[in-house]
Design a protein around this ligand. Structure first.
Ligand code: CS2
Length: 500
C-alpha cells in the first residue's frame, strides 16, 4: 500500500468520494472571523457551521483565522499549518456509521504569545467583523467572591502595564478595539461560545472591567458600542484518540494528524445583535432568537450538569466513559431522576421545546457508544464547571424548598474524589483542575470538619451556611466515606431513604 497521503489543499481532489470536502475556492476566502481558542469544540461547531455556509453560498468574507494565546496551543498551530488549516471531522452515529468531512473554513492561524502585535493587527483589520471565543469557563477571569474582573491575576496586571504585549484575551481585545476606534473603524462583535449562562453579558462585564484599568473612556465605548450576543452552544466533542487518526489512515489512506470527533447532534442558538454584520448562519441551521436565556439554562442545567453528575459518580465507581454510565440502569435512572426532580422544576418554559423529549434525547446522546466521551474530560476543571452547571440548581431548589439530595450527593462524592484522587478500588484518577491542590486540602480536612470542602468559597460561595444543605451534605459525606460504593447510596436516595 502507498504511504498515507498527508491532508493538504492540493490532495483534496484526490480524496475518496465518500469524504465530504470543501468545493469552494479557499484562496478567495477572507478572514471575517478571528477565533481565540481553537480546540476540538470550535472545530466541530462554529468552524463546521461556517464551512457548511461557505460550501452552500457565496460567503467568502467569512473565513476564520484561529488564534492560540498560550504555548500549549503550539501543537495546534504547527499541525494546522502543515495541513493548510484543513482537518477531518468524524461525525459518529450510534449505529456505527461515520461521516468523514474535511472542513475548510479555518484559513489561517496565529500565535498570540509569539507575535502579539500581529494578532492585534488582525483583530483590528477592517475585514474582521467578529472575534469569537472558546476560552473555557475558567478563562473569564471572574473574581469568585465579587463576580467582578479579577484584578489580582498577575497576567491581568502584566497586561495593564504592557498594553501592546498582552497575555490574556482581554488585553488583546482591548488593544484591538482601541486601534479600531482610533482609526474610525466600527468595533467587531465579540461572540462567546463557552458554556456559561449569559456568556455574552459576562464577556462584556469582564472586558469592560479590564479596559477600565487602562482607559475609562475606551471602557465606556466598549460598554456602549460593542455587541456581545449571548449564545447556547451544543455538540458533544470527545478528545481525539490515536484510533481516530488510525481510522482515517486505514480506511482512506489519509494522514490527518489531528482530526476531530463529534456526535451528529449540533445546536447553536444565538441572540441576533451583531454590530458589524454576521454570516447567514441561519441558512445552515443556526437559530437566531431575541432572548437565549431559557435555551442556555436548559442546556447547562440538563446536559452539562448531567455530564458532571455522571462524571463524578462514575469516576469514583470506576467507569471510564459516559456511555458506560448510561448503559448501567442504576446510573441512567439516577440521572433521569436528577433531571426530573431537581433540574427541571427550576427551568423556564422553552418555546418550541418539549422538555421530556429533550431529556430523553440527551440520554440517547450520552449513550452513543461510538463517542466514548471519557469521564476524565468531563471532570476536567470541575471547579469552574459546577458553579455554572450544578450549584445554581441547588440554590434555586433551596430557595423554593425543592429536592436537593441528588445534587448534594454529587458534591459529597466530589469531595471524596478530590480527597482520595482515586476510585473506590483505590485506582488513581487523573485529576486536572486549576484548584486541584486547594480542593485536595479542603477535602482532606473533612476528617476534622465535615463541612471543610463545602467551605471552599471560590467554588461554593456561602453554600455551607445554608442549614438544610449542610445537613443533607453531611449525611452524604458520612455515607460516601463509610463506603465509596456510590451505587448503594444512589439506590438509597432514589428510594427516598436519605436526604431531605
Ligand atoms: C461537557 C461539555 O465539559 C463538559 O463538562 O459537559 O463539554 C459538553 O460535552 C458540551 O457542552 C456539549 O455541547
Amino acid at each position: 500500500m502507498n504511504p498515507p497521503l498527508p491532508l493538504s489543499e492540493k490532495i483534496l481532489s484526490r480524496l475518496p468520494s465518500e469524504i465530504v470536502r470543501p468545493t469552494y475556492d479557499r484562496s478567495r476566502v477572507k478572514t471575517g472571523i478571528v477565533h481565540v481558542g481553537v480546540g476540538g469544540f470550535h472545530r466541530s461547531h462554529e468552524a463546521f457551521y461556517t464551512d457548511r455556509l461557505l460550501q452552500s453560498e457565496n460567503a467568502s468574507e467569512w473565513g476564520i483565522c484561529g488564534v492560540g494565546l498560550r504555548d500549549a496551543d503550539r501543537k495546534m498551530a504547527t499541525l494546522l499549518k502543515q495541513q493548510d488549516y484543513l482537518y477531518t471531522l468524524l461525525v459518529k452515529d450510534s449505529d456505527g456509521n461515520i461521516e468523514s468531512r474535511v472542513i475548510g473554513s479555518i484559513v489561517d492561524y496565529m500565535m498570540g504569545c509569539d507575535d502579539p502585535a500581529a494578532v492585534i493587527d488582525r483583530m483590528a483589520h477592517p475585514e474582521t467583523k467578529i472575534v469569537s471565543l472558546t476560552i473555557t469557563e475558567g478563562g473569564y477571569n471572574v473574581d469568585a467572591e465579587t463576580g467582578e474582573f479579577d484584578t489580582s491575576n498577575p497576567d491581568a496586571q502584566h497586561d495593564v502595564r504592557n498594553p501592546s504585549q498582552p497575555r490574556l484575551v482581554f488585553g488583546f481585545l482591548t488593544a484591538a478595539l482601541q486601534k479600531r476606534r482610533k482609526s474610525g473603524l466600527p468595533p467587531f462583535t465579540i461572540q462567546s461560545c463557552d458554556n456559561i449562562q449569559h456568556n455574552g453579558d459576562l464577556t462584556r462585564k469582564m472586558l469592560v472591567g479590564f479596559a477600565r484599568l487602562q482607559d475609562e473612556e475606551l471602557a465606556g465605548w466598549i460598554e456602549r458600542d460593542v455587541s456581545f450576543p449571548n449564545a447556547m452552544v451544543d455538540r458533544i466533542t470527545p478528545v481525539t484518540t490515536e484510533a481516530d487518526i488510525e481510522y482515517l489512515r486505514s480506511q482512506y489512506n489519509l494522514r490527518d494528524d489531528w482530526p476531530v470527533v463529534c456526535e451528529p447532534f449540533c445546536q447553536w442558538v444565538v441572540e441576533d445583535c451583531f454590530s458589524n454584520g454576521r454570516p447567514n448562519w441561519q441558512d445552515v441551521g443556526v437559530q437566531f432568537v431575541p432572548d437565549v436565556s431559557p435555551y442556555e439554562k436548559m442546556k447547562l442545567r440538563l446536559l452539562n450538569a448531567g455530564h458532571s453528575v455522571l462524571g463524578i459518580l462514575g469516576s469514583v465507581f470506576g467507569y471510564q466513559t459516559i456511555d458506560e454510565c448510561v448503559g448501567d440502569d442504576l446510573f441512567r435512572s439516577y440521572l433521569r431522576q436528577f433531571f426530573d426532580r431537581e433540574a427541571t422544576p427550576v427551568l423556564d418554559d422553552v418555546e418550541g421545546i418539549d422538555l421530556d423529549e429533550y431529556k430523553a434525547t440527551l440520554i440517547q446522546r450520552f449513550g452513543n457508544p461510538n463517542i466514548r466521551d471519557h469521564l476524565a474530560r468531563i471532570c476536567l476543571e470541575s471547579s469552574s464547571k459546577l458553579p455554572v452547571f450544578l450549584i445554581p440548581t441547588i440554590r434555586e431548589n433551596l430557595a423554593r424548598g425543592g429536592s436537593i439530595q441528588y445534587a448534594a450527593f454529587v458534591v459529597a462524592t466530589w469531595c471524596y474524589y478530590s480527597d482520595k484522587q482515586a476510585d473506590r478500588h483505590g485506582q488513581q484518577l487523573d485529576v486536572k483542575d486549576a484548584f486541584k491542590s486547594e480542593l485536595h486540602r479542603a477535602a482532606t480536612a473533612t476528617s476534622e470538619n465535615r463541612l471543610s470542602f463545602l467551605k471552599f468559597k471560590p467554588v461554593f460561595g456561602d453554600l455551607a451556611e445554608n442549614e438544610r444543605f449542610a445537613k443533607t451534605y453531611t449525611e452524604m459525606i458520612d455515607r460516601v466515606y463509610r463506603t465509596p460504593d456510590v451505587t448503594k447510596h444512589m439506590r438509597a436516595i432514589m428510594a427516598n431513604e436519605i436526604g431531605s
